[in-house]
Design a protein around this ligand. Structure first.
Ligand code: AKG
Ligand code: FE2
Length: 557
């Protein structure tokens, strides 16, 4: 990255300076992320499953680059030894030019060199195929592999800021590889922070752009080499960014910093004068101030804020709700499980939400994930207007549907769902396996259908949900129930179970739930949704209507 930033910055004239980041990023996007000729089969930012492939791609192209370097190095080494030999001849000549040239061998060598050797050097350099070989292998690689697209870069930038917001993470901590106080990975460089800021700028997320650019500049300032002209030039471009966004304070602070190292930059003195005026007059202008917050943006609603609080663990069950909760061995509705009862943990009583532990073995979950990996594509959501399902920012994951007959383990999941819920599985939906990548999430929603046209009426609504956790998740990624103030930690092999409908078959609005963004790890789940059809004996209606209790939650959304 340093290489790219420096290399191209050196060439920029002063007039071009402000456009540099755009130019650079366009360049990088074209070079590094362009799509191949066959098209990108699917995006990378929405799950971890695809990223494994990407790592392999990078192994391959890195080898290619290493081959290029080795071959150029060999070439350079051999040219260097020729140059060294000639130089040592010149050295001898310098000591006694006449004596040197009067030696017929030396005279011959000099003439021969200039008549033929220099042609040879030119031919050798002309014939060097390392560069062309590298470029053509790269072209082949681009045809063979799906490289990430610009959408992937933006998607992963957005995922990072989603994590920042949901878990209230400090930019400085994130940049140093710290998540929730634990150092997980390598630090980001100032260039990484700058490019992230730049991508956020591009999508006009100025509120997040500013802290990332600030972070980048702070890191750059703290480096030893910060005083060279190139660095100061680069900082000028960042001043321009802040100025355009209307963050005059930061622009001014950076301008003063630049001038403290190089007071001769006259245009910066003019910028300083302008910025000082803007700051002292309290003028609010620029892109940041022109953006009008979208009225009705769900992300500003109390419903969304409550969900985020639950994900962070700030809203929790109160003691009176927690006290009666029990863990017990239960053979549930399956008497033949008496010898191997389920480990049931009550998480909430009304509505009843339970997590059943150790239902699947690691071998079971691995087999399901293995089968799923080849079929995953971006998760879709149904549209209320009845149009075809499509991808949406509020659900970022990859998923695939499976017939239970496709594997022994999937049949086992269906059997467990029947035994655990006591429901009839004849009209259970197919199994949906999903994988969430970093920042992957599913914002608050109901699993029951709220409209009559989008679901198969003859099978009825979704009476129950079973989420089979096929993996642990290191940080974040819990299943949150905002109205219950409950967040469930995924535990590999366990199942989360609840009814979405009252006995009256009316929706239970208290079951609104969500998948909190994954902060660290790769979250895998298997969803089984059971329909109302044929459940009259398994879960008969009560004598009295029981749905009023949840109606008030309907209007909270
Ligand atoms: O991933 C989760 O924890 C919840 C998933 C979910 O609610 C769904 O897929 O409908
Ligand atoms: Fe759901």
């Amino acid at each position: 990255m340093q290489f790219f930033l420096n290399k191209f910055f050196f060439k920029k004239s002063k007039e071009m300076r402000y456009q540099f980041p755009l130019f650079l990023c366009t360049f990088m996007v074209i070079c590094c992320f362009c799509n191949n000729a066959t098209g990108n089969s699917d995006e990378y930012f929405s799950s971890v499953a695809g990223l494994e492939k990407l790592l392999m791609v990078e192994y391959v192209v890195l080898d290619e680059l290493q081959n290029y370097i080795d071959s150029v190095q060999k070439h350079i080494d051999s040219l260097q030894s020729e140059v060294d030999a000639i130089r040592s001849d010149h050295q001898a000549a310098a000591d006694d030019v006449d004596g040197y040239l009067s030696n017929p061998v030396n005279a011959y060598r000099l003439i021969k060199r200039l008549q033929s050797d220099w042609h040879t050097f030119e031919d050798v350099i002309r014939a060097d195929t390392s560069r062309a070989d590298f470029l053509s292998s790269m072209e082949t690689n681009r045809q063979a592999f799906d490289f990430p697209t610009k959408e992937d870069v933006i998607g992963s930038a957005v995922a990072l800021v989603r994590l920042q917001d949901t878990y209230k993470l400090e930019v400085a901590e994130l940049a140093s590889g710290i998540l929730n106080g634990i150092k997980y990975g390598p630090s980001m460089s100032w260039q990484d922070c700058f490019l992230l800021g730049h991508h956020l700028y591009e999508i006009q997320d100025f509120n997040h752009t500013v802290p990332w650019l600030k972070q980048s500049m702070q890191m750059l300032k703290s480096q030893d080499s910060t005083k060279d002209a190139v660095t100061l030039d680069f900082m000028e471009t960042v001043v321009a960014y802040h100025r355009e966004m209307g963050d005059f304070e930061t622009a001014l602070e950076l301008t003063n910093y630049i001038l403290s190292f190089d007071a001769t930059r006259e245009h910066m003195s003019a910028t300083k004068y302008y910025l000082e005026r803007m700051v002292s007059d309290g003028i609010k202008a620029g892109l940041m101030h022109e953006m009008i917050p979208q009225a009705g943006d769900y992300h500003l609603s109390n419903d969304f804020k409550r969900y985020e609080q639950v994900c962070r663990g700030e809203l929790q069950l109160i003691a009176a709700e927690e006290r009666p909760l029990r863990c017990r061995y239960d053979s549930n509705n399956a008497p033949f499980r008496l010898l191997q009862p389920y480990k049931v943990e009550e998480l909430y009583l009304n509505p009843r939400v339970v997590q059943i532990h150790d239902v699947l073995t690691t071998d079971n979950t691995d087999a399901v994930k293995q089968l799923a990996k080849t079929r995953m594509s971006r998760s879709q959501v149904r549209n209320l207007d009845g149009s075809a399902a499509s991808s949406a920012n509020y659900r970022i994951s990859k998923s695939a549907w499976f017939h239970y007959e496709e594997s022994e383990e999937m049949q086992k999941m269906l059997r467990h769902m029947g035994d655990l819920s006591g429901l009839n599985m004849d009209y259970a939906e197919h199994l949906q396996v999903a994988n969430y990548g970093i920042g992957g999430h599913y914002e608050p929603h109901f699993d029951f259908f709220t409209d009559n046209c989008t679901y198969n009426l003859s099978d009825g609504n979704r009476i129950a949900t079973g989420i089979f956790y096929l993996s642990d998740v290191e940080e974040g990624g819990g299943t949150a129930f905002p109205y219950l103030r409950l967040v469930v930690k995924p535990q590999q092999g366990s199942v989360l179970l609840w009814y979405n409908l009252h006995r009256s078959e009316e929706p239970d609005y208290r079951t609104r739930h969500a998948a909190c963004p994954v902060l660290k790890g790769s979250k895998w789940i298997g969803n089984i949704w059971v329909r109302v059809r044929n459940q009259d004996r398994a879960r008969p209606c009560g004598l009295l209507p029981d749905h009023e209790v949840s109606l008030k939650y309907k209007h909270l959304v």
